[in-house]
Write a protein that binds this ligand. Structure first.
Ligand code: OAD
Length: 238
């Protein structure tokens, strides 16, 4: 078990998924009634779907972006922000989430490997711009003025952001923690094996055993709003 080791760790990589935002009221993807039961992945989360029906895709992300206004961070987000402030070692927080709840929970450094709802990507000049309103009207790119903006969200078949930085951190960390993710989507699902291969201890915090649970040294099951603050307290030696 890891409990006694928590106070000794020096370099932590944390990966979060939709489960950390579930108690804030954002639908996860693969739960019963989740986003991928309500929408077809091929329609709203692939470049081909966007080419076929851009309005459907723009509307899907416009609605998800607008919905952020009615949700708030929960104690799990706040606990990770506390860890960032108080942990004396190195910490890399990687999220697959496109919401902004880590930032609103107080985290200052968050790596959004699947992009962000509050960002726009220009298909023409490839620049990323902060974005807070709708895109369905085809507004011009703030950089090159072309009407070629798309959601800055990584779709299936596209390369996630910052993989070099993430793998470098996984090579050097002594603890890898996966929070609220099903372990169903690569490359994120492979991070635990990568960290273990480099000698890190690994911990899963999830509502239930994920697809990759057996790959972790330790798994704890329950709601993130309870598990994450408890674990952060252990790391900080409280
Ligand atoms: P999933 O919907 O696949 O998995 C969410 C996980 O969170 C499940 O294992 C749940 O058991 C767990 N969970 C639910 N509520 C929880 C709670 N209150 N506390 C703790 N855990 C809870 O979401 P992700 O793993 O994030 O990618 O999905 C990964 C990627 O697949 C997403 O980033 C998205 C999606 O397709 C793209 O769109 C590219």
């Amino acid at each position: 078990m890891l409990e006694g080791l928590m106070a000794q760790v020096e370099r932590i990589v944390i990966l979060t998924g939709a489960g950390i935002s579930a108690e804030s009221g954002i639908d996860t993807f693969r739960s019963a009634g989740g986003l991928w039961e309500q929408h077809r992945v091929e329609d709203v989360a692939t470049p081909e779907g966007f080419a076929r029906n851009p309005n459907l895709v723009l509307n899907f992300y416009d609605m998800r972006r607008a919905a952020l206004a009615s949700v708030a961070p929960n104690p799990a987000h706040a606990a990770l922000a506390r860890l960032e402030r108080e942990f004396a070692g190195e910490l890399l927080l990687v999220t697959q989430n496109v919401d902004d709840l880590h930032e609103r929970g107080g985290s200052r450094s968050v790596l959004h490997m699947h992009g962000e709802l509050k960002s726009a990507l220009c298909s023409a000049c490839e620049m990323r711009s902060p974005w807070h309103v709708t895109m369905i009207e085809r507004p011009p790119c703030p950089v090159c003025q072309a009407p070629t903006l798309r959601p800055d969200v990584v779709w299936f078949g596209e390369m996630p952001y910052e993989m070099g930085r993430i793998y470098a951190a996984l090579e050097n960390c002594d603890l890898f923690v996966s929070i609220g993710t099903s372990g169903a989507v690569y490359p994120a699902a492979g991070f635990v094996a990568e960290a273990r291969a480099n000698g890190a201890r690994t911990l899963e915090l999830n509502l239930e055993p994920s697809e990759g649970s057996r790959l972790f040294h330790e798994t704890r099951h329950g709601p993130a709003s309870a598990l994450v603050p408890q674990w952060v307290e252990e790391v900080l030696g409280g």
